[in-house]
Design a protein around this ligand. Structure first.
Ligand code: SF4
Length: 303
């Protein structure tokens, strides 16, 4: 986690600041709730408080939506803060409530950024959005890979329909460092999702759910696999999805050479990826008797 003391403003642009090597820019968004599509089309809206992501995971498909190729290659070193997000959200949720008094919307936060990336410690933008959403009680899914989410426990406890998805795409810490070196450790993420499950009420009034998303499944060394899977017993659901190393959307962050280097390093896995994926999935099913195991898009639904 990056602390505020690393923040310095060296740019002449008052909307821009440096956080370590990352450029943070404040922008005005036109809207904040976007119609959901693709693998989460069952939801009404997606909600992305930021553009870009400081974690810069090598396989991040969101990098493909960078404004230009230079920013795509520089994925992880820039982020944009939608500074008017809270005002927009209040307005857009009120509009929904006026037009659909019979039901609150369903919202997926987030799809192309991490709502708890390091800049959130200073901006508290995601926190401000949760404060607004509590009033409207949407069905809310939060997708993140960071224990920073526990900071907002007091707010998360007030949602009546909430699912928290913790992304953990590998059971091997050294693989995590190669593919997503800036992100929190596997251990810290497991601890965080376990903590949330034990501290957020789940009863007749509060329908709270907790998942680990292994999407996509990255290489996991055989000696780490079973222990990792056992640790997943803390959640209700595990979602798994293959990587598709040759897809246009895989390994798009960074330069082409970086992508080729990383695939080369894990040839032992990628030469037989389908076999490794199948075997991991079967192990999940056999070792996690009380946990739902979903494959692909079906696992991202709230129910
Ligand atoms: S945390 Fe999520 S959005 Fe951010 S770089 Fe990684 S995969 Fe992409």
């Amino acid at each position: 986690m990056v602390h505020d003391r690393n923040l310095s403003t060296h740019s002449d642009d008052p909307q821009e600041e440096k956080l370590g090597n990352t450029t943070i820019r404040s922008i005005e968004a036109k809207s904040i709730l976007n119609k959901a599509s693709g693998f989460i089309k069952a939801y009404d809206f997606t909600l992305n408080p930021y553009k870009g992501c400081q974690y810069g995971c090598t396989y991040c498909y969101a990098a493909a939506f960078s404004p230009n190729s230079k920013m795509r290659e520089n994925w992880g070193n820039w982020a944009m803060v939608k500074k008017n997000a809270a005002t927009l959200l209040e307005k857009e949720l009120q509009k929904w409530a006026n037009n659909h008094p019979e039901r609150p919307p369903s919202i997926y936060m987030s799809t192309v950024t991490d709502p708890y990336q390091p800049i959130e410690t200073k901006k508290k933008l995601t926190r401000s959005l949760l404060e607004i959403m509590i009033k409207y009680q949407p069905t809310l899914v939060i997708q993140t890979r960071t224990p920073m989410i526990v900071r907002d426990l007091d707010l998360l406890r007030k949602f009546k329909r909430i699912r928290i998805n913790m992304s953990i795409p590998t059971g091997s810490e050294r693989v995590r460092r190669d593919f997503e070196g800036r992100s929190p450790s596997i251990k810290a993420r497991l601890r965080a999702i376990g903590f949330l499950k034990h501290n957020i009420p789940c009863n007749e009034e509060y329908d709270s759910r907790f998942s680990v998303t292994i999407t996509p499944l990255l290489p996991t060394f055989p000696e780490d696999r079973n222990q990792f899977i056992h640790q997943l017993q803390t959640v209700d659901r595990v979602v798994i999805q293959p990587f598709h190393q040759f897809s246009e959307r895989s390994l798009v962050a960074g330069t082409r050479q970086q992508a080729l280097d990383i695939i080369d390093k894990y040839q032992w896995w990628y030469n037989e990826e389908a076999m490794h994926y199948h075997s991991f999935k079967e192990k999940l099913k056999s070792l996690l008797s009380d946990v739902e195991v979903f494959e692909g898009a079906s696992g991202f639904g709230y129910d």
